[in-house]
Ligand binder design. Structure first.
Ligand SMILES: [Zn+2]
Length: 246
């Protein structure tokens, strides 16, 4: 039997001005996406981060009350490394996120507030490919983000948002799910790879509490970036599953 080479990736559309990244946890952007963000902010684009939780359940040796504020601070420092100066935290509970109307409403509010062209989220498929299971919060946030982008454009869904002063926003052209096993697109991050590593390194307390293959930022990101890069014909890349909306 012949081993089939994976299909080449197409470059993502880079003709846009503002992106909103909506992810479950501090560190979700840094395990892959931050190098792409550094490239885009370097091109003069604006990128805003929205964290659905504060990652307060992410460090085994530290209680949530202490952990949440620490991880928020690490995320803000991490974002600054790749040119992101707006980081918002929606305050949903880490580890036990539920797909549902409150989550859709809060993400829709963020979409109306920031009026992005592109919305980025993390992989929400069941796995990262093969049997490498995804995490429940990522699945809930990704699904809710796809739906919230449409909710943001409909005046009659979550009517309280307009009453709060957030007018509908229909301008989102595509939603991108980073590191999806269904990805067909990618962006070249060869020139900003080191910024991505530096951004992940800002999660100091989190990395200190972590063992295994994800605890070394450079090693992990090199493996991740090289795999996608080989399918885009560059050294390093970040893969995205693209959902066009208009
Ligand atoms: Zn996560």
């Amino acid at each position: 039997m012949n081993e089939q080479a994976p299909e080449p990736f197409e470059p993502v559309d880079e003709d846009w001005g503002t992106a909103l990244a909506v992810v479950a946890h501090p560190d979700d952007m840094e395990y892959g996406g931050a190098a792409a963000v550094a490239r885009w902010t370097g091109q003069g684009k604006k990128v805003v981060y929205v964290m659905v939780t504060s990652g307060e359940a992410g460090i085994d040796s530290m209680g949530p009350e202490e952990c949440g504020p620490l991880r928020e601070a690490e995320q803000i420092a991490s974002a600054a490394v790749v040119g992101v100066d707006t980081v918002e935290f929606l305050g949903h509970p880490d580890g036990v996120l539920e797909y549902g109307l409150p989550l859709r409403r809060d993400i829709a509010r963020a979409v109306r507030r920031h009026r992005p062209d592109i919305v980025i989220t993390s992989n929400f498929r069941e796995t990262y490919g093969g049997t490498m299971l995804n995490q429940a919060d990522h699945v809930a946030v990704g699904r809710a983000t796809l739906d919230a982008v449409r909710d943001a454009g409909n005046r009659w869904v979550f009517r309280e948002l307009a009453e709060e002063g957030y007018e509908p926003w229909n301008g989102v052209r595509q939603v991108w799910a980073a590191a999806s096993p269904e990805a067909r697109h990618a962006v070249d991050t060869t020139d900003t790879f080191d910024l991505g590593v530096a951004s992940l390194r800002e999660h100091k307390a989190y990395l200190a509490g972590l063992g295994g293959p994800m605890a070394d930022p450079r090693e992990f990101l090199e493996g991740f970036g090289r795999g996608a890069g080989s399918r885009l014909g560059v050294r390093f890349a970040v893969p995205f599953e693209v959902f066009p909306l208009r």
